[in-house]
Design a protein around this ligand. Structure first.
Ligand SMILES: Nc1ncnc2c1ncn2[C@@H]1O[C@H](COP(=O)(O)OP(=O)(O)OP(=O)(O)O)[C@@H](O)[C@H]1O
Ligand SMILES: C[C@@](O)(CCOP(=O)(O)O)CC(=O)O
Length: 360
């Protein structure tokens, strides 16, 4: 049996701008996981809490089909890329039982998203490639997982996938999803992951020495896909303003990544505040509500205690983060958040994901 796990993620900075090919973000992986177990079986089966009953999967002329699935999903897309790689590498077809288990949907009892689709794809690609005896370095795992993810959701930046692949703190710069998918269609999966992908960068960053990452949940889930779609539609209105937001966001993210490399606490905090201000301007420009009143309260309470705070991810609810130095009374801030209707989440940044292989 092979078991892999991949962590969930939180955006630290760069939201929305990173969706543009070549846009940058800083993310962290957090200690809640998707686990995938793969074992030899008599039939190709697939089990997950997401399905009411076990499903079966099969190879057809087009790739992998999941019987009973209502629509193409990331699980099928992940199976598809690994099957293509295995076939191109001359590996025999395997009959596998696959089980997917996630603790990303609910954290501390709250219905909450930590990037489950990215973690599902990374854990699954890793497990299946291991089953096929195809060792993958991180950058190859990332590209395979991006191809699978973008096949289903080409408007995502892929930052979640990079965080689930690398773990820890990381700097990410997106590639062009359409170009990557076209490359795959032209040359196949195995050759596509070996070719250069202009723009793509996923690089570990050191953990800031003096800053703790605190996470607060507003209690209201938001749909990232809907917000990104609205942001895209609003874009045609005034392209120059959008371009200036993208450039400013990339500059803030570059400064944040440099400050993290230098472990410069003051510059990290300045960059977080500037990312929050930039998202405020972007919200006004695009007409989407990123920082809801609950997120404003979360940030203001953290700032009042001396931490640097912002929304995390698409906003519109979900959660915010605060980076708290040694002078911040963290317990008092958690109490302020709770009194203000913000739920402190017990999450820690987590290092590299892993794979274990055991006999049946
Ligand atoms: N445990 C799971 N088993 C099978 N598929 C899953 C599982 N978790 C997520 N997925 C797949 O990922 C898709 C997206 O999941 P979900 O909406 O929870 O996450 P997300 O888009 O990554 O956003 P969020 O940041 O809110 O978690 C689902 O529709 C499903 O196809
Ligand atoms: C808005 C966006 O930049 C971040 C979304 O983050 P989250 O999944 O809401 O945590 C979208 C993306 O990067 O795919």
């Amino acid at each position: 049996m092979i078991e892999t796990r991949a962590p969930g993620k939180l955006f630290v900075a760069g939201e929305y701008a990173v969706v543009e090919p070549g846009g940058s973000a800083v993310l962290v992986a957090v200690d809640r996981f998707v686990r995938v177990r793969v074992r030899d079986a008599a039939a190709n089966t697939l089990r997950s809490d997401h399905y009411t009953e076990p499903l079966t999967w099969r190879r057809d002329g087009e790739g992998v089909a999941i019987d009973g699935a209502r629509e193409p999903d990331v699980v099928g897309a992940a199976l598809d890329v690994v099957e293509a790689l295995a076939a191109a590498s001359g590996r025999p077809e395997l009959t596998l039982d696959i089980a997917v288990e996630s603790d990303l949907d609910h954290v501390d009892g709250a219905k909450f998203g930590l990037g489950s689709s990215g973690a599902v794809v990374v854990a699954l690609v890793h497990a299946l490639a291991t089953a096929h005896d195809l060792p993958l370095d991180d950058q190859t795992l990332l590209r395979l997982a991006l191809l699978a993810t973008w096949r289903i959701n080409p408007s995502g930046s892929g930052g979640d996938v990079a965080a689930s692949t690398l773990g820890g703190w990381l700097a990410y710069r997106s590639a062009d999803a359409a170009a990557a998918l076209a490359l795959r269609d032209r040359v196949g999966v195995a050759a596509a992951v070996a070719e250069p992908w202009p723009g793509l960068l996923a690089e570990p960053l050191p953990t800031p020495g003096a800053l703790a990452l605190l996470v607060g949940w507003t209690g209201s889930p938001a749909s990232t896909a809907a917000l990104v779609e609205r942001s895209r539609r609003s874009r045609a209105a005034s392209d120059a303003d959008f371009r200036s937001f993208f450039a400013a966001s990339d500059a803030t993210v570059a400064s944040l990544a440099d400050a993290i490399r230098a472990d410069d606490t003051a510059r990290i905090e300045t960059a977080i505040r500037s990312a929050r201000a930039g998202l405020g301007r972007y919200a006004a420009l695009s007409g989407i509500e990123i920082e809801t009143p609950a997120l404003t309260a979360l940030c203001d309470l953290a700032e009042a205690r001396g931490a640097a705070a912002k929304s995390s991810g698409a906003g519109g609810g979900d959660c915010g983060i605060a980076l708290a130095g040694p002078d911040v009374d963290r317990a008092a801030l958690a109490a302020d958040w709770s009194a203000g209707g913000i739920r402190p989440l017990d999450l820690a940044v987590v290092t590299r994901p892993d794979t274990t292989r055991s006999t049946p």
